[in-house]
Design a protein around this ligand. Structure first.
Ligand code: DI6
Ligand code: FE
Length: 374
């Protein structure tokens, strides 16, 4: 490593003589990887939804709870009521779980504020988490996550508010790197989401979209045609959507934690994505309703056991493909000369073994931008 970058990679015996005088460190464990990247989280939120989970165990569906005014709206109420400091503190506990497993970069969405002031509060909390923890944080504005109760029956009026007031405000304050939305029959249509994403693009934000999680709305195709960095969930995506993603270089972010926790049965079309060479990332989707998950290693295991990814695809999913999903592929995600030295080392002897255990944590240490962290 030279400063914060990787200077050379290879077998020790091939080390050029020019490096003879450089400091050497021998790391414990058998494997060095890029630090892991969680490219889709809603880790900042107020309250929890444990009682909603119990209702689902007794037979209520996620969709029914949402239509009855619970679900995301319950977390919106709790998040609006929480102070910024409270949001930072509760999210920090979840972030620390991820860091303990080699996390170096995380994406954090807003989307539980649904008014300008509360969305900004969430995004400021996310930025504070990045400064306090030393982990690289990328933020996504998710104002079009759910229809606030006050706009019941007037979704287009709410979309206008997102486009005309909220997006310009978060961009002006420098709080958002990217823009996301929930394109679903219980949220917003592809036409409504197009309006939001087009505005975001004109303001210079990267684009991503929750698409085809519970039904096929054509959101993935629409977002890919706008040049989205990622489309996420994708259980119900069809071949037109996958093709559009392949053409645009859009990353498929798979979220097996939500599939598992909601007891879904329709899997994303992995074989089709492989055929079209769409890069596949894996993320926790950490959120209180559909995926209260704070382990990327378990996410990788679920990607293999539930979706049929290979263990090596799972590792690429939380490194190389996850970096691409955040638009950071030229700096992060692989061990290559010139990339940022964000590294994790592990007590395993084969890359495929990271995804293998359930509940074990073989992480032994981390290097962030060339600095040792123990
Ligand atoms: N899809 C999800 O998986 C999360 N948001 C979304 O649009 C769930 C959010 C929640 O239930 O609180
Ligand atoms: Fe999500």
């Amino acid at each position: 490593m030279d400063g914060d970058c990787i200077a050379w990679v290879g077998p020790a015996a091939a080390l050029p003589a020019a490096y003879d005088g450089w400091t050497r460190e021998t790391l414990p464990g058998g494997l060095l990887t890029p630090a892991l990247i969680d490219c889709h989280t809603h880790i900042v939120y107020g309250g929890n939804r444990a009682s909603e989970w119990e209702r689902r165990l007794l037979g209520a569906s996620y969709e029914e709870i949402s239509r009855a005014g619970g679900g995301i709206r319950a977390t919106v109420a709790a998040t609006r009521a929480a102070s910024e400091d409270e949001l930072v503190a509760s999210a920090r506990r979840r972030l620390d779980d991820l860091i303990a497993e080699g996390l170096g970069t995380i994406e954090i969405k807003s989307g539980y504020g649904l008014d300008t002031q509360s969305e900004c509060k969430m995004l400021r909390a996310a930025r504070t988490l990045g400064r306090d923890s030393g982990i690289r944080v990328r933020t996504s504005f998710l104002g079009a996550h759910a229809l606030p109760a006050a706009y019941e029956g007037r979704p287009d009026t709410y979309i206008d508010l997102v486009v005309e007031e909220m997006l310009p405000a978060v961009v002006e304050a420098g709080l958002a790197d990217d823009c996301d939305g929930f394109c679903e029959n219980i949220a917003f249509s592809a036409k409504q989401m197009r309006k939001v994403l087009e505005k975001a693009k004109s303001l210079g934000l990267g684009l991503r979209l929750h698409a085809e999680q519970l039904s096929n709305q054509g959101g993935a195709q629409m977002a890919a045609e706008l040049g989205a960095l990622s489309c996420d969930h994708l259980e119900y995506v069809d071949e037109a959507g996958v093709k559009a993603m392949a053409d645009a270089g859009t990353v498929a972010v798979l979220l097996p934690g939500a599939f598992y926790f909601l007891g879904e049965s329709k899997k994303p079309p992995i074989a089709m994505m492989r055929d079209h060479r769409v890069p596949m990332a894996l993320a926790s989707d950490c959120n209180p309703g559909s995926s209260p998950l704070t382990s990327l290693l378990l996410t990788m295991n679920m990607g293999c056991t539930l979706f049929g990814l290979t263990p090596e695809e799972a590792l690429a999913g939380t490194t190389r493909a996850a970096a691409a999903a955040l638009g950071l592929g030229t700096h992060l995600g692989t061990l290559e000369v010139g990339k940022t030295a964000d590294l994790a080392y592990w007590d395993v002897d084969h890359p495929g073994h990271l995804a293998y255990p359930l509940g074990a944590n073989p992480h032994r240490g981390q290097i962030r931008a060339g600095q040792w962290v123990t």
